[in-house]
Design a protein around this ligand. Structure first.
Ligand SMILES: NC(=O)c1ccc[n+]([C@@H]2O[C@H](COP(=O)([O-])OP(=O)(O)OC[C@H]3O[C@@H](n4cnc5c(N)ncnc54)[C@H](OP(=O)(O)O)[C@@H]3O)[C@@H](O)[C@H]2O)c1
Length: 364
């Protein structure tokens, strides 16, 4: 029997792009889940629709036990516990998630020893950012002799073509101060603060970016011993940055009410449905890595851009799923992408999909 992949949240915006990527680039049978029966038919060959709520613990367990790989994209990860990873450990099934929430990532990484004992490879934070962004930093680290500071900036056009869940995660991310590593010290910074203008590849050009909490703010420090990691985000049109900046300055007690987060997500979802038509739904990443090469202070820069955020996120997941399914990637434990995925695998997975990371190295 061929291999089987369970995509939890496979009917969401990112999940659907991941399902397409798996059908295109692997030979596996794909089981995509949502909470309600799918209305679309007929389904492509090798795709099975399955109705599943993460709260149906027996059904979830049975679904995990029946596959070779689970890809968890049923966010928001702010509201998720480790039940999917626990199920994978129990049934010895490899695991990938697209979590973009730091607390969830930290929880998952604590299961490293249990995953090792079960002999499964679990990769957290696959996708575009986190995901391809983390691999860009690894590629830069491998280029320099010594690295001190990584500055990651992200831009998304409108909603990025993502579902309402991503807008919920944006507002959930404004609720708490960000703990970031700056010059060797952990320090608190305010979310959506400290605007900086960064030049991204076309079609974005110059974009204002702001502090944004993502798991790589923490994992890149642990993975590479960097003294400074900054992670900033901005969207186009710039109006959304100013509105988000205002929301981030609202009283915290107000912003922490679930109804407020839901209301903000619904309103901004409607606004982006309108503005996506002319802003596009692309994504851009700009990395500046500072360090030393051959005894000289050196700046490594890398850029990535794609017109469809969901397709780029799916490529990041595909770059992990492909070597896991062939067995080329087998390293029991739980790892963020940058700790486990070789740079050559990322390069060849992106090339197969007509994508590439642009790099330059220069003296400071
Ligand atoms: N790493 C990255 O690069 C990256 C990039 C973008 C987004 N993300 C993360 O990806 C997640 C999904 O984004 P999206 O745009 O695809 O969201 P979406 O379109 O709203 O889809 C969410 C999916 O999760 C499913 N789901 C939600 N609650 C569930 C539950 N209790 N049980 C089972 N399934 C449940 C939904 O099922 P229904 O179909 O039944 O509604 C849907 O299929 C977000 O949380 C975001 O944090 C990561």
């Amino acid at each position: 029997m061929g291999q089987r992949v369970l995509v939890l949240g496979g009917r969401g915006r990112i999940g659907r792009a991941i399902v397409d990527d798996l059908l295109r680039h692997t030979k596996a049978m794909v089981i995509a889940t949502g909470r309600r029966p799918s209305l679309s038919s007929p389904q492509p060959q090798r795709l099975v629709d399955h109705c599943l709520d993460l709260d149906q613990s027996v059904a979830l367990d049975d679904a995990i036990a029946s596959v070779d790989l689970v890809i968890h994209c049923a966010g928001p990860f702010h509201h998720r516990d480790g039940r999917v990873l626990h199920g994978c450990i129990r049934h010895r099934v490899n695991y990938i998630d697209i979590s973009d929430h730091r607390g969830f990532t930290e929880m998952a990484l604590k299961h490293h020893a249990a995953a090792q004992a079960a002999g499964i490879t679990a990769v957290v934070n696959a996708g575009i950012f986190p995901g391809i962004s983390n691999s860009m930093v690894r590629q830069g680290i491998e280029t320099l002799d010594q690295a001190e500071a990584a500055h990651l900036s992200y831009v998304v056009g409108g909603s990025g073509g993502a579902g309402i869940t991503v807008l919920r995660t944006t507002f959930l991310g404004l609720q708490q101060p960000i703990v970031a590593r700056l010059q060797g010290q952990w320090q608190q910074v305010q979310p959506y603060s400290d605007r900086q203008v960064v030049r991204f590849p076309e079609p974005f050009g110059q974009v204002g970016v702001y502090w944004f909490d993502v798991p790589e703010t923490g994992t890149l420090v642990d993975s590479f011993g960097l003294r400074t990691v900054t992670t900033k985000f901005g969207s186009v049109p710039d109006l959304y940055n100013h509105l988000t900046w205002l929301v981030a300055r609202s009283p915290r007690a107000w912003l922490q009410q679930p109804a407020v987060v839901e209301g903000l997500a619904q309103v901004s979802y409607r606004m982006t449905q309108w503005s996506d038509r002319w802003s596009g739904v692309g994504v851009g990443i700009h990395l500046e890595l500072r360090g030393q090469r051959q005894g000289q202070p050196t700046v490594y820069q890398a850029q990535f851009v794609h017109p469809q955020t969901a397709i780029a996120a799916a490529a990041g997941v595909g770059s992990v799923a492909q070597p896991l399914l062939t067995g080329r990637l087998h390293q029991p434990g739980v790892y963020p992408v940058e700790r486990i995925l070789p740079t050559d695998d990322v390069r060849s997975a992106l090339a197969q999909r007509g994508m590439e990371i642009q790099q330059t190295v220069g003296s400071t």
